[in-house]
Design a protein around this ligand. Structure first.
Ligand code: RUQ
Ligand code: CUA
Length: 664
């Protein structure tokens, strides 16, 4: 009966009936004449699906046209993309192109979004990048709840942050951090998306300068950057952003405080040893050993509200960093003196920091520890207020004694990493070395259950899990290794996302999903009805980068070709099943600028614009204006065509670009 009830929650009244017959009969092990469900029972039996498997199938299967209750935004790892997945069906809905050119979406081929890909403040080196190591997606928040408007994600390899507009699921901005070349804990947002937090990972001389490793302590620095987000503009404003300088410990992940801890950010770190590696032939330890000597590293407690005040008073200095781009930086001595940056010890090879939904507790994992270590924001605030510190680190940053900040250490298993929360007061921690999800109770600080997962779980995501009001229901284990879970496809294995039903007393693994695209790190899960994406652009003639009507929009019948000197402007339209104009003649060496307006209003009536020989493919969605820009430096006749199968006469949706050779 218990099982039947669980299923009924998912499928409603009809489901109860089906499941009742179905599971009931299976449990009894006899297939009797039960009308239309006989066939289903036969299949279950033939496939040797036990009642458990049948239950899992019923929980996740979505008949055609039935939509998912939740949407998960997952990092696409090395692909530089974001994967959009429906939950609980685990169907992939989209890959959002972010840091990597993506032909289907025309991303990096359209003249406008090519500029997005190159970044708003990126040095020439980074403007040319065509990959990223995306790590942590963050949905924009209002009062600590996902509001479904924007998504941010960080690139670990190149210290970049991207802004995706969730009205059209397209990337609108990439910013580069001028202070260094790597981040890790990015992106995380403050509760009203005032700032997007980006901590560095591997310390370098600040601003990309040169300094030998012998000057590590003196010249290498970390940073914790707070990128100011202008919600109306939908853009990060670098001029209004600032960073807090940090010692050259390797900062890792951050989380923003909320409710009781609003105004603070917490970042874990490792390598407080300041190991500098082992040059060949040197007796120095490798990083692996050198950066794991200490039993404790430092949890960085950052008072960003106070930092904001100091910046407003002119307490930050302007640092000219990589590519000549500037950012305001609160120097380490100022941060320490003003107690903008305070430390407390954290055990052992720390990783992951997560704030509880009520904002009272800060949970830290330790890659070589066996506990989830829980800090109390009250204790931290008390210690800071009373100036109760056990000392300072080498850089003068005050340290709160472990006993004065910690609330509990929950023994949960070897190698805890990340923690998410549900609506019943439980926390779920990924435990890497043991390959389990550990469920424990906040406040009781007691372990309830461990669920084996397959294998090597990194992050864990929960429904509305990083908000002030998580939903419960589902968590997803983001496993690094799949090993034997899927049909072999060569030595490079997919990752494995495992869906876990947490609605009952016991956790239940219900689905395995291979992820064949880079190594995802984190994911966030939002209630689907909080997203309000457009199904077509709001007006015909839309510029999706500016999210406004384009001055280059062309109406049907107003198509034209204009020459200004050596530039040929083409104002074109696309509609099933033709481009107008479809013959374009230019001279060798002309610059060609094309604005192609898709004048369709029907959902899904997307046209492509593929031009052979010039590396161009656009996706022009209903209402959108596509922008093409290139120099016609190769003479010849170049067919162009619509690269989306839009209609019966789609193959006829084509034309010729004729590039006449220069006269000698
Ligand atoms: S990290 S697997 Cu890149 Cu978020 Cu912990
Ligand atoms: Cu338009 Cu095919």
């Amino acid at each position: 009966m218990v099982k039947i009830k669980k299923v009924s929650k998912v499928l409603g009244g009809i489901g109860l009936f089906i499941a009742g017959l179905f599971i009931g009969s299976l449990i009894l092990g006899n297939i009797t004449a039960q009308g239309p469900y006989d066939r289903a029972l036969e299949i279950a039996k033939a496939r040797q699906l036990n009642p458990d498997a049948v239950e899992n199938a019923l929980k996740t299967y979505h008949p055609t046209g039935v939509l998912d209750e939740y949407i998960m935004f997952s990092s696409g790892g090395h692909s530089g993309q974001v994967i959009v997945i429906g939950i609980p069906s685990m169907r992939i809905l989209k890959y959002i192109a972010v840091f990597t050119p993506e032909p289907w979406q025309g991303y990096g081929f359209d003249a406008e979004n090519k500029k997005v890909l190159q970044g708003t403040n990126c040095d020439p080196l980074r403007a040319k990048l065509t990959w990223a190591d995306t790590h942590h997606p963050a949905i924009s928040e209002t009062n600590g709840d996902y509001d479904g408007q924007f998504l941010f994600i960080g690139d670990k390899a190149n210290a970049r942050i991207a802004v995706i507009d969730l009205r059209d699921f397209e990337t609108k901005q990439i910013v580069c951090n001028p202070l260094g070349y790597s981040n890790h804990g990015a992106a995380f947002v403050t509760p009203n998306s005032e700032y997007i937090i980006e901590p560095s990972q591997y310390a370098v001389p600040q601003g990309g300068a040169y300094a030998p490793l012998s000057e590590y302590e003196k010249k290498y620095r970390g940073f914790i950057t707070f990128w100011y987000f202008d919600r109306k503009a939908g853009r990060i404003i670098p001029e209004k952003s600032f960073a807090v300088e940090a010692p050259p410990y390797w900062q890792d992940l951050c989380d923003a405080g909320k409710l009781e801890s609003y105004g603070f950010a917490f970042c874990n770190s490792f390598n407080s040893e300041m190991a500098t590696g082992k040059p060949l032939g040197s007796p120095n330890p490798l990083f692996e050993v050198g950066a794991s000597q200490n039993d404790m590293d430092y949890l960085h407690i950052v008072n960003w509200k106070k930092a904001e005040e100091i910046v407003a008073k002119g307490g930050a200095k302007e640092v000219v960093g990589i590519g000549g781009f500037k950012i305001k930086v609160i120097p380490l001595d100022v941060a320490a003196k003003e107690r903008i940056l305070v430390f407390t010890p954290e055990p052992k090879s720390p990783h992951g920091v997560d704030v509880s939904p009520d904002g009272k507790w800060i949970v830290v994992g330790g890659k070589l520890d066996t506990h989830a270590t829980v800090y109390s924001i009250q204790k931290i605030k008390d210690a800071i207020e009373k100036g109760k510190f056990e000392g300072k680190d080498k850089f003068g940053v005050p340290i709160i004694a472990f006993k004065d900040s910690v609330e509990a250490q929950v023994p949960i298993g070897l190698g805890p990493l990340h923690t998410v929360f549900d609506n019943k007061g439980f926390a779920y921690t990924s435990v890497f070395i043991e390959s389990v999800v550990a469920k424990w109770k906040v406040g009781e600080w007691k372990l309830y259950e461990k669920l084996p997962v397959h294998y090597n779980i990194g992050h864990i995501a929960a429904a509305e899990g990083d908000t002030v009001s998580p939903d419960g229901k589902w968590v997803v284990a983001l496993n690094k290794w799949a090993i034997d879970r899927f049909s072999p496809v060569g030595p490079l294995h997919p990752q494995n996302f495992q869906l876990v039903d947490i609605s009952g007393d016991k956790m239940k693994l219900v689905y395995d999903m291979p992820i064949p695209l880079g190594e995802p790190h984190y994911a966030q899960i939002i209630k689907a009805d909080k997203l309000k994406p457009w199904t077509v652009y709001p007006e015909v003639g839309w510029d999706p980068v500016k999210q406004a009507k384009s001055p280059y929009a062309t109406a049907l019948g107003k198509e034209r070709i204009e020459r200004k000197g050596k530039t040929v402007y083409v104002y074109a339209t696309a509609i099933r099943s033709h481009f107008t104009p479809e013959i374009i003649e230019v001279e060798e060496g002309d610059k060609v600028v094309m604005y192609i307006t898709n004048v369709e209003r029907a959902r899904d009536a997307t046209h492509g614009f593929a031009l052979g020989g010039y590396n161009i493919n656009l996706s022009i969605e209903p209402g959108e204006v596509g922008f093409v820009e290139f120099v016609a430096d190769k003479p010849g006749v170049f067919p162009f065509y619509c690269s989306e199968f839009c209609s019966a006469l789609h193959l006829e949706m084509a034309g010729y670009l004729i590039v006449k050779p220069k006269k000698e």
